[in-house]
Ligand binder design. Structure first.
Ligand SMILES: [Zn+2]
Length: 329
């Protein structure tokens, strides 16, 4: 009788508390989001927005920290194919957005040393191109030591205000970029067009050959980050949306010869239509929403990530604080 009573309690406890613990689970996935990785001494580091870059030394320290913490590192795709039983209590995935050449130059060699795989989310039309994003073009113009305002700057000065002096500091340049954000991407690109230094920038994005080398020799998984980095909001036509989500995938598969199964939303934006299309064509997708993926909140086509840049992660302690996202025990 007493035995049965205890049995019932154990069973009830397992069925309520136990189950809720299993459901809450400890099968967590941290997806790290990086953009650029560069030595501090590299000119590209100095003209990048601080929120977009980690130094080569900081990146190596991050990887060493993951190793010291004995955390398994795998791609999002690998983690998705694991069964719940197979999943480690806590796994880390390393992702890079946009397809920067510096990832190939500085991050992948470090990852190769550690034997860690990663995913590079490539913008297909940008392969082997100069930095195609207008903030980079503007930063190049404003920070370059040989920068000089000429007649060709007229359209740009209408947007920035006439009172700017070049070259300027990174902080002042960041303010100019903030000011420009009130205008449409199209207007800003139009204003930059007449300025030769903005259009003839050096190549800063990974080429197809380098991408293939990274895939073949550096455990780099190829993910899709659209064709032109359009933000997938409601204002896109059905045709544009198809090009950014579906066509980008087939272009990438054709060029690399491998199946592309994960997607990354530019700027983290997506309309319901965009999300549905991504669900139809990819096994998983990452966002810029901050957090740790758990059994409870797991949403394979809107995975949470933790963004890392140098200022907030340049010591192992700061990096671990960032990894923990405050809520992780
Ligand atoms: Zn991006």
């Amino acid at each position: 009788m007493v035995k049965q009573f205890i049995k019932n309690i154990v069973s009830a406890t397992a069925g309520t508390l136990g189950w809720s613990l299993v459901k809450r689970g400890d099968k967590k996935l941290i997806v790290l989001m990086y953009h650029r990785v560069l030595p501090v001494t590299d000119a590209r580091y100095q003209r990048e927005e601080p929120g977009m870059v980690v130094s080569e030394a900081t990146f190596a320290m991050h990887m060493q920290t993951l190793k010291d913490e004995r955390l398994p590192v795998m791609t999002v795709s690998q983690w998705m194919t694991q069964t719940t039983e197979e999943r480690a209590p806590l796994t880390v995935a390393i992702t890079f957005d946009d397809g920067w050449l510096d990832n190939y130059e500085y991050a992948f060699p470090v990852l190769k040393q550690f034997g860690y795989p990663s995913t590079l989310y490539v913008v297909t039309d940008f392969l082997g191109q100069p930095a195609p994003f207008w903030p980079n073009k503007v930063l190049t113009l404003l920070l370059s030591p040989e920068a000089a305002i000429t007649d060709e700057w007229q359209a740009l000065l209408k947007l920035t205000g006439e009172d700017i002096k070049v070259p300027m500091s990174r902080d002042n340049a960041a303010q100019v970029i903030d000011k420009l954000k009130q205008y449409s991407d199209h207007d800003i690109y139009q204003a930059l067009k007449p300025i030769p230094a903005a259009t003839h920038a050096p190549v800063e994005m990974i080429s197809l050959e380098q991408l293939l080398d990274a895939k073949n020799t550096m455990h780099v998984e190829v993910g899709c980050h659209t064709r032109r980095h359009y933000r997938l909001k409601e204002n896109l036509s059905a045709e544009q949306l198809f090009e950014e989500v579906v066509e980008a995938k087939s272009i990438l598969e054709q060029k690399t010869g491998v199946a592309v199964s994960t997607f990354c939303f530019p700027n983290g934006d997506f309309s319901e239509e965009a999300h549905n299309l991504v669900c139809q064509h990819y096994d998983a997708a990452v966002t810029t929403m901050r957090g740790i993926n758990t059994a409870d909140n797991l949403s394979p086509h809107s995975l949470l990530r933790i963004g890392v840049h140098n200022d907030i992660s340049d010591t192992p302690l700061k990096f671990k604080a960032k990894l923990s996202n405050f809520g992780l025990r």
